[in-house]
Design a protein around this ligand. Structure first.
Ligand code: TUI
Length: 308
């Protein structure tokens, strides 16, 4: 099986989550420059904004970086063509099935790494030509599936013969070691990068992640079909109430979530904002540079030391 580091031309087997409205050129370039795979999160942006972010990232790094395409986005199709024009090397996808785009991306020589929340979906996309899979457990932040990382990763490793990258709940070297022990070749991290100097979110958001304890996240929208993990606050409670009693449409609830994500990201509104974060927030104790975070995860791992 191909090695993920060779496949992506990266030093550390660490991939950044494609966090909508958060994963800008600053964060993507910082992660790529630190030895991982930086990603621009296209969710919430139109084609021109994503193109601009790609060009700005190219100006900040000569290392490989990618674009995460959030498939529920109304701009997903237009972005799927633009990334080819812009010669993007790696695409990760989330929140849907990238099957319809696979052929043209592969023809353009792009490495395609879909995020999958289940064994069935993993099998389908492995057959459909994915180069690797990001297997994301329900511990992750934002839009999630139902299965835990600990149980899902080995089940997917058993049925595919492409590299698996574990995601959800990983914030330090122990998480990376656990992922490798389960059969993964790499990890995707998001929550721990929220608490980085280079992450372009409001300081209130970073401090809230640092302050979070193990039980501070909650999943909204489980029964609407779009479960989203956020840090508990007034907004999360309101969303839970609305989805329980009112017959609000899924689209309306999603707009509410994405709109309130912006409140948290840009205004630092920790009351009415949607503070997306994973369960690993409880492991995040300080705000560091992206380089410190990546070095800590890889250099301190037993995998790096050759023990595992
Ligand atoms: O996509 C994510 N995480 C996200 S996207 C996002 S923006 C958003 N905001 C409000 C509502 C919805 C989205 C915030 N966080 N992670 C990757 C991921 N993909 N998790 C789960 C999935 C997934 C779910 C179902 C992938 C495929 C899938 O398949 C459905 C199908 O088409 O069969």
């Amino acid at each position: 099986m191909k090695d993920i580091r060779e496949l992506l031309n990266i030093e550390y087997p660490i991939i950044q989550g494609g966090m909508a409205n958060i994963a800008t050129h600053e964060l993507a370039a910082a992660v790529s420059n630190a030895g991982g795979l930086g990603l621009i999160g296209a969710g919430g942006w139109d084609v021109d904004r994503v193109r601009d972010e790609i060009r700005k990232t190219k100006a900040l790094t000569d290392k490989t970086f990618g674009v995460n395409i959030m498939l529920m986005s109304p701009y997903a199709e237009a972005i799927s063509d633009m990334v080819i024009e812009e010669n993007v090397k790696v695409i990760t996808t989330g929140a849907g099935n990238p099957g319809v785009y696979m052929k043209k991306w592969k023809k353009a020589g792009i490495r395609v790494i879909p995020v999958v929340p289940s064994v069935a979906f993993a099998k389908r996309l492995a057959r459909g030509g994915a180069d690797a899979l990001i297997v994301e457990g329900t511990e992750a932040g934002g839009h999630i599936g139902q299965i835990t990382t600990f149980t899902l990763v080995p089940q997917v490793c058993d049925v595919v013969n492409i590299p698996v990258i574990a995601a959800g709940g990983i914030a330090d070297s122990r998480g990376l070691d656990a992922a490798f022990a389960l059969g993964a070749q790499g990890v995707q991290i998001g929550t721990v990068l929220l608490a980085s100097h280079e992450c372009p979110i409001h300081d209130n958001y970073k401090n809230r992640v640092v302050k979070a304890k193990d039980t501070d996240t909650v999943v909204t929208g489980r029964h609407t079909g779009a479960p989203v993990r956020v840090i508990k606050n007034k907004m999360a409670r309101k969303y839970l109430e609305l989805s329980k009693y009112n017959n609000m449409k899924l689209e309306e609830l999603e707009l509410l979530t994405l709109g309130s994500l912006k409140k948290a990201v840009f205004e630092g509104d920790m009351v009415n904002g949607s503070i997306m974060a994973g369960q690993s927030a409880g492991l995040v104790k300080e705000i560091r540079s992206v380089k410190e975070i990546l070095d800590d995860i890889f250099i301190n791992s037993r995998v790096y030391k050759g023990i595992l």
